[in-house]
Design a protein. Structure first.
Length: 227
């Protein structure tokens, strides 16, 4: 006969699935790869790991006081925190100069925490965390849209190879109000062409049309692109 199962453990698993699924639903609506099912399973799995860890401690722990307790109830839960990083890393996508998926990775991390909290019986705290997470995802997103944030882009310029090509490009960018620049260069000796790639920062909601316009007017410039 195995150990008697507490019916309340089923409630913990169901609540973990519900709260994780609620977080995942918000990600699913916004078209993220880790959506409803992923968050639900992460939270459910974390809850089961936590319950299993507690049960290991209850069944195999030495409580006689004659010897040290040989089971660490927090060990499995600690490995959940470390292991969830693999799923989070898979949700993060680097797209040239930008990175996407950080919020989804954070949601997976919170879903794992919700599962652990439900597994240990912290129901009220889990519900409160879910509410705070939803508020941050839904309401604070509207606040972020109104913020004037700096934007980082890559400016690519192709042109004739000349002695002052780089100097003129830098001068044009400075005239557009850009002072933070990191550049890479490529010179085609056979075709006598020069390629310059510059990482620039643009303050607030200023557009990039003026950058393209000024660079396009420079002598020898053949092509301009902003990514």
């Amino acid at each position: 006969m195995g150990p008697e199962i507490d019916p309340s453990l089923l409630l913990r698993l169901l609540l973990a699935s519900l709260l994780g699924g609620i977080l995942g639903l918000e990600r699913e609506i916004h078209g993220r790869p880790a959506g409803f099912r992923t968050h639900l399973l992460v939270s459910l799995g974390s809850c089961l790991f936590c319950i299993s860890s507690v049960e290991f401690y209850r069944i195999f722990g030495n409580f006689s006081g004659m010897a040290p307790v040989g089971v660490d109830p927090g060990r499995i839960a600690a490995q959940v925190v470390a292991g969830i990083g693999f799923l989070g890393a898979g949700a993060i996508i680097r797209d040239k100069a930008s990175i996407r998926g950080l919020t989804t990775a954070a949601c997976l991390w919170v879903a794992a925490a919700l599962g652990l909290a439900c597994g240990i019986g912290l129901f009220y705290l889990s519900i409160c965390v879910t509410a705070v997470a939803l508020i941050s995802l839904l309401l604070l997103k509207q606040v972020e849209k109104r913020l004037h944030r700096d934007r980082y882009v890559t400016v690519k310029v192709w042109g004739d190879d000349s002695e002052d090509f780089i100097t003129r490009i830098y001068a044009a960018l400075v005239s557009c109000g850009i002072d933070h620049m990191e550049a890479k260069f490529d010179k085609n000796v056979e075709q006598q062409m020069m390629f310059m790639e510059v990482q620039v920062k643009r303050a607030g909601r200023q557009g990039f049309a003026d950058i393209i316009g000024r660079l396009s007017l420079l002598d020898g410039v053949k092509r301009v692109r902003i990514d």
